[in-house]
Design a protein around this ligand. Structure first.
Ligand code: BJ8
Length: 426
């Protein structure tokens, strides 16, 4: 089937068509090399292949359609933004482009060079006119998680209205009160933007949609405990990445279908790995599309990634919002409590995270942990020490990696990862 020409839409959105074309070509080739070369992929992954191929096309067209009906699109960069409130009023919550190196030159005109690649990437995508999601968004919502992000949002706000939620730094009762207040203020912002009231009835629906998506992702995660592995880490990561872009109802159905297929694989003992393949947990900074570098190196070095302790992974899906609440107040409480459980390294102390990593190692029969920090990401790079110490005390092999989105260090990383995998096997 011939591909539709989306260039008129991209032009209308103000994208830099020439550079955007180059970006799509590079991404298409990378996807072919990394994803389509895998063997024995589940059939259900065809849906994900399709979604990724239309990430800047059909999906953006859908967003423009929903906007024409008076619905709003809200762009985010963090799993702290409570999407339930957006869904309640018929809005769409999308993650904005932040996983590729393109646009870095533009970003470095306004940000220091030693800023984490994720921040430079979102700034670069906006300044170079390459992210159709931010162009289609009616509002961007940022958060005061790490210093780099919160200061970058001040700059981003000069180019696109950016509303910032204050995320507490600790998890005391006082912090919970602050966070609950932020959620109420965000609710008012959403109501003002959309001209629609958030009620107990529509919020219940918003909670259900978000929880159903998380339940499908939890199902996928649980299926990755199987030996042999029934899906590659790369494919599972892609599912978690696309969760941030796709229509939630359609996505949930597609992932549940994929899980049905994987359950059948478990029953029949069909896997994508051989006996004795080292099982790796990747832990740390989030991997936004198309950041596939580390799992790609791991899986082309003879191991399989069985879980991501990451916001693009089970950190953002493990907790559901309690659905028992009947009044708006009870639902706001349930949302507050659910989001307070996220153990991002921006919190101090953050003892839950190393403890949770140990649980994952046990549950997923992990042979080794690769701690991944985006270079210049202070929260995860510093917290890596505690994670490493906790794992070493239990005799669990761990490798700490710091890298950006560039390809220059691929050879060096491959050497280190291969040496680590040798040790894990031995
Ligand atoms: S809840 S992990 S999505 S903040 S990598 S920009 S922390 S310097 S992305 Fe994150 Fe929310 Fe936390 Fe999750 Fe800063 Fe680090 Fe860069 Fe980061």
């Amino acid at each position: 089937m011939e591909k539709k020409d989306y260039r008129p839409m991209w032009k209308e959105l103000g994208l830099n068509l020439e550079v955007h074309d180059q970006l799509l070509t590079v991404l298409g080739n990378a996807y072919k090399d990394i994803y389509m070369s895998q063997e024995n992929r589940p059939k259900g992954m065809q849906y994900l292949d399709f979604v990724i191929s239309e990430a800047h096309g059909l999906r953006i067209e859908e967003l423009m359609e929903t906007k024409k009906k008076g619905n709003k699109v809200i762009g985010t960069f963090c799993v702290y933004v409570p999407e339930e409130l957006i869904l309640a009023v018929g809005g769409t919550c999308v993650s904005l482009c932040a996983g590729a190196e393109i646009g870095i030159d533009e970003a470095e005109k306004v940000l220091p060079r030693n800023t984490c690649a994720l921040i430079k990437s979102f700034m670069g995508f906006k300044l170079a006119g390459l992210c159709p999601y931010i162009q289609a968004s009616d509002l961007v919502v940022g958060e005061t998680t790490c210093d780099g992000k919160k200061k970058a949002y001040e700059i981003l706000n000069d180019y696109k209205e950016t509303y910032v939620m204050e995320i507490p730094q600790m998890k005391t009762e006082r912090d919970r009160t602050l966070w609950r207040g932020e959620i109420i203020q965000f609710k008012e912002k959403v109501e003002q933007l959309t001209g629609r009231k958030i009620t107990a009835e529509n919020l219940k629906e918003g909670i259900k949609i978000a929880n159903d998506k998380r339940r499908a992702l939890q199902r996928l995660s649980a299926l990755r405990k199987a030996i042999p592995s029934v899906i590659s880490g790369l494919d599972a990561l892609l599912v978690n990445q696309i969760a941030f872009y796709d229509d939630p109802l359609r996505f949930t159905k597609a992932i549940n279908d994929l899980c049905d297929e994987l359950e059948e694989r478990v029953q029949k003992g069909i896997g994508v790995t051989k006996n004795g393949t080292p099982r790796i947990l990747v832990s740390g900074s989030p991997m936004a599309v198309p950041n596939w570098k580390i799992p790609w190196i791991i899986e082309t070095s003879g191991a399989v990634v069985v879980a991501e302790e990451s916001c693009v992974g089970e950190r953002s899906t493990r907790d559901l919002v309690d659905e028992k609440g009947k009044t708006l107040d009870e639902m706001i409480d349930a949302i507050t409590d659910r989001y307070m459980k996220i153990d991002c390294a921006c919190f101090t102390p953050n003892e839950e995270r190393p403890a949770h990593i140990l649980d994952l190692v046990e549950d997923f029969k992990v042979n080794g942990v690769i701690h991944y920090s985006i270079q210049f990401c202070t929260p995860y790079t510093v917290e890596a020490y505690k994670v490493e110490k906790t794992l070493q005390q239990k005799g669990i092999p761990v490798l700490k990696i710091e890298t950006d989105y560039g390809m220059e260090d691929i050879g060096q990383l491959k050497t280190r990862i291969e040496a680590f995998l040798e040790m894990v096997k031995g």
